[in-house]
Design a protein around this ligand. Structure first.
Ligand code: GDP
Length: 461
């Protein structure tokens, strides 16, 4: 509370922590997000959760309504939690902010019956690399025989020896998860035993199906943010906005637009912005800032309404000219009274932070975003597979031309992650003996390539 007095010429406020949901396919990421949104709508008054672009904001008073006695709102001065709507570690690794991941915290969803799967491990690698604090949601506990929601959520009641025994009897699976986390170098425990959520990973049993455990999950996230991340939430609310592009897409009546998360400052409808693009920074003037209309109005009116300004942390759709080359995952900076060259240099630097070491000889990698390009490249580097070219964008004939110059037969390959392969490029690849690998799961993409290499090696023996 005391640091709120320290208002100088800039206006320091605490922004909402940004939360991402990661995990293996079918483990319940989408269901969990839906359940959190649903709980918020039920617990809040109408209008309690605001419509955002690309994210859902759950304010503190709504969290406290959901969590009941678990959350006393007077203990907190962070405004709530902002959940990024697109689940999956692919989108997570795409969403960068200065020097790291856009999300401040992550929920790693693990199906209790299924345990750690390849994408769980992939997600853990990314969380480690970005040093993002996370909580494990051990999902689908409603499917474990013997689980009794009224008895087994110990934080909601005083934990006695009897309930502790019940918990440990039905929760073998949860302890298996804790074991798997420790195999991966994390100290973890059931969340009600964790004292320091930064040092230890808390495992929260939940059911996205029944909603059980959601209050506990929200409580733990709110506590973690308040205790360990408050300093990072301090922003200059009225300063020039800083954000990340979530998606580049066509919006009817506005042409190419950006769905973006603003995580510092404010963006205004009359601002000039600098955005990371395929050919370098794009400088352009905002034409309109758009937000979704409240749900009940959508059917009758236009889908979006224009707003004058959006302050961090928040999602917004930005309409502006010249956005065709903008890249998902790239930085956005508001120019306002800042030095133009300096801001452009900042964006350039952030774009070049995506380090991919390319060599004279190696494979070609194409990906949909900077974040995914980086993730694939680091996987390939770990496996000592050299890369000759790594770029964002569709596979074009010129990529095939590059790939065919490789001397090693195993290197005459293009790994395409979540991007289109142009027809001309596909034809040319076939003609020139360049093999195309296409996937939108990193480990499958690399596995496909590995199998191909094994095949070639075997045929050479
Ligand atoms: P995602 O691929 O990780 O986003 O997973 P989804 O949210 O699409 O869930 C995959 C499947 O698991 C769907 O059929 C869900 O209905 C189901 N599911 C998700 N959460 C739960 C849960 O808590 N309990 C049960 N019984 N089923 C669940």
């Amino acid at each position: 509370m005391s640091d709120q007095d320290a208002t100088t010429e800039t206006e320091h406020t605490l922004r909402t922590p940004i939360v991402a949901v990661l995990g293996h396919v079918d483990h319940g990421k989408t269901s969990l997000l839906d359940r959190i949104r649903g709980s918020a709508v039920t617990a809040g008054e109408s209008g309690a959760i605001t419509q955002h672009i690309g994210a859902t904001a759950v304010p503190l008073d709504v969290i406290s309504n959901i969590a009941g006695e678990l959350v006393d709102p007077t203990d907190f001065d962070l405004p709530g939690l902002l959940f990024i709507d697109t689940p999956g570690h692919h989108s997570f690794s795409t969403l960068r902010s200065r020097g790291g991941a856009l999300a401040d915290i992550a929920i790693l969803v693990v199906d209790v019956n299924d345990g750690f799967q390849p994408q769980t491990l992939e997600a853990i690698d990314i969380l480690k690399r970005t040093q993002t604090p996370f909580i494990v949601a051990a999902n689908k506990i409603d499917t474990i025989a013997g689980w009794n929601p009224n008895e087994n959520m110990p934080v909601q009641q005083t934990m006695d020896a009897q309930s502790e025994r019940v918990v440990s009897r039905v929760n073998e699976k949860l302890y298996e998860l804790i074991g798997e986390l420790s195999d991966n170098g994390f100290s973890a425990d059931m969340y009600w035993r964790v004292q320091n959520f930064q040092a230890n990973i808390g495992v929260v049993p939940v059911s996205a199906e029944t909603g059980e455990g959601i209050p506990d999950l929200l409580t733990v996230m709110m506590g973690l943010s308040q205790r360990y991340m408050k300093a990072e939430m301090e922003i200059d609310a009225t300063g020039p906005g800083v954000g990340t592009v979530l998606e580049v897409k066509d919006t009817q009546g506005f042409g190419t637009t950006l769905d973006a998360i603003i995580y510092d400052g404010t963006i205004r409808a009359d601002d000039t912005i600098v955005v990371g693009g395929l050919q370098g920074p794009i400088v352009t003037d905002v034409r309109a800032l758009l937000r979704p209309r409240p749900l009940e109005e959508i059917r009758t009116e236009k889908q979006f309404e224009q707003v004058d300004a959006v302050a961090a942390a928040d999602g917004v759709k930005i309409a502006a000219p010249d956005l065709d080359d903008a890249i998902a995952g790239a930085p956005i900076r508001v120019l306002r009274d800042r030095d133009r060259a300096e801001v452009i240099a900042e964006v350039e630097e952030e774009l070049s932070e995506i380090e991919v070491t390319t060599q004279e000889e190696g494979v070609v990698v194409k990906a949909d975003t900077l974040g995914s390009l980086e993730a694939i490249s680091s996987t390939l580097e770990e496996e000592e597979i050299p890369i000759m070219r790594a770029e964002v964008g569709a596979v074009a004939p010129r990529d095939v031309r590059v790939a065919e110059t490789a001397n090693e037969p195993t290197h005459r390959a293009i790994l395409a992650f979540s991007v289109e392969v142009l027809d001309d490029a596909r034809r040319l690849a076939e003609q020139e003996g360049v093999t195309l690998f296409e996937d939108d799961v990193i480990y499958q993409l690399v596995e496909g390539y590995d199998d191909h290499v094994t095949e070639i090696e075997e045929s050479q023996q």
